[in-house]
Design a protein around this ligand. Structure first.
Ligand code: FIX
Ligand code: ZN
Length: 428
């Protein structure tokens, strides 16, 4: 391959070095819509987490700290945030080399913001974050990570969130909501009395008017927060159909609501909550799930659009197969324990091979603002590399791509597929 004809208006890129340069450029410059995060817009006040103490107190790093420090979980949880951050810094960044993905992420963030990732303590970083004005800091982080919009995770029972929604203030338009329905589907016994206390005629056995009343609750939530989708995380044991209250809630409450409001339903499957309760937020695990549940829910509800992500590496190939069978299913992201370059590479390759560009390669799951910087920097590196390999294989087969095609593909992957999936809010 010797010809180096590069015409950005539409000439095929047959030179591999030039192709790589162009793919890297497009992947780095194309804005991304982050379809699942735990971030909050600044109007949510202290729910909007940022800064070095929060970054270090990420549950991924907390779990890693217990592997390299003698501190017990009990002692750790007695400490205040700053003491915890100091311990995590010393353990993972000073006494050890930060090679894990989550630790490398901190290094990426610090370097990008001009801070010393080799600092012996956190004084420089703390002073930097203290001096930031939140609005310009948010702008800087979003611009640096080339994230145009993010989707928050909104809990309809959270009182702090409720106060903001009730206040009716306009939110930063770059932050969108999603309606998280875990409290209903994974804890109906606790949710029912809460709904009853708010005047909804529901009971623990979902009898009488319960389903209609639960729908009335969701209608009200949807009217209030205008979510982009409804979402739930589910255990590895999730089955459908199943002889449990969750199954009835899905059939009688969630799916009818999704249809009526033309809202996509997001399933995040395979988490085993609290396998080590002493670790609190860092104590969740993973399990292999039965993918036939997804097949059945997609088959029975062709008019509902589903987004799905599975936590177990072993479920990834099956997820692609189900998506090939049901075009009302959009696979998204490499979730949580999968969000490591080696596994993201493998999953993204598999998805290109089986689904072309009809999937959403990644979401950040960011909980702390500056995580966007590293999660997207690292994701773009892998996605660009894998996309390039796919184009190189095409060249080998006699079909080179143009710059326009690269832009089209990356735009589709980074925002187009999601926007098309959730539809036009005006038409909902
Ligand atoms: O359920 C979820 O949305 C998960 O992403 C979180 O619960 C989890 O703690 C997380 O942050 C994973 O990245
Ligand atoms: Zn999440």
């Amino acid at each position: 391959m010797t010809s180096i004809t590069v015409d950005e208006r539409g000439t095929s890129l047959t030179d591999v070095a030039e192709l790589r340069r162009q793919v890297e450029e497009v992947v780095n410059q194309t804005p991304v819509m982050d379809v699942h995060t735990h971030l909050f817009s600044p109007e949510f006040g202290e729910l909007n987490l940022f800064g070095i103490d929060q970054l270090l107190n990420y549950h991924y790093l907390i779990a890693e700290t217990f592997r390299s420090s003698k501190v017990t979980p009990e002692r750790f949880w007695e400490m205040n945030k700053a003491q915890q951050a100091d311990l995590i810094w010393k353990t993972l960044f000073v006494d050890n080399t930060p090679v894990s993905e989550a630790a490398r992420g901190i290094v990426t963030v610090l370097s990008t913001l001009g801070l010393d990732p080799c600092a012996p303590d956190l004084s420089e970083a703390r002073a930097f974050f203290r001096s930031q004005k939140i609005s310009s800091h948010i702008d800087r982080v979003l611009q640096t990570s080339r994230v145009s919009e993010v989707v928050m995770t909104n809990d309809p029972f959270d009182e702090q969130e409720e106060r903001v929604w009730e206040s009716g203030q306009r939110l930063d338009p770059r932050f969108h909501s999603s309606l998280r329905i875990d409290p209903l589907l994974n804890g109906w016994d606790d949710a029912a009395p809460k709904l009853a206390a708010r005047g909804y005629r529901v009971d623990a056995n979902l009898t009488g008017a319960s389903a209609a009343e639960a729908r009335r609750f969701l209608d009200k939530c949807i009217a209030r927060i205008a979510p982009m989708y409804m979402a739930v995380s589910l255990p590895d044991s999730f089955n459908y159909p199943a002889a449990d209250v969750r199954d009835r809630l899905i059939r009688e409450v969630i799916l009818p609501t999704a249809k009526e409001h033309k809202l996509a339903f997001t399933l995040m499957v395979g988490v085993r909550r609290s396998v080590n309760p002493a670790l609190r937020s860092a104590g969740d695990g993973v399990g292999y799930a039965d993918i036939t549940a997804l097949e059945r829910i997609c088959a029975e509800n062709p008019e509902v659009r589903f987004l799905a992500t599975y936590l177990s590496r072993e479920n990834q190939h099956e997820l692609c197969v189900v998506a090939r069978k049901f075009n009302n299913l959009m696979p998204f992201g490499c979730w949580w324990f999968l969000n490591n370059p080696s596994i993201v590479t493998e999953i993204t390759r598999e998805r290109f091979e089986m689904l072309g560009t009809s999937f959403i390669p990644q979401h950040s799951d960011a909980r702390i603002l500056e995580q966007l910087i590293y999660k997207w920097r690292h994701a773009r590196a892998v996605i660009g590399q894998v996309l390039c390999e796919a184009y190189e294989q095409l060249i080998a087969g006699g079909r080179a791509v143009t710059r326009e095609e690269i832009v089209r593909d990356v735009t589709r992957l980074f925002s187009g597929n999601f926007k098309q999936w959730i539809g036009d809010p005006g038409e909902r």
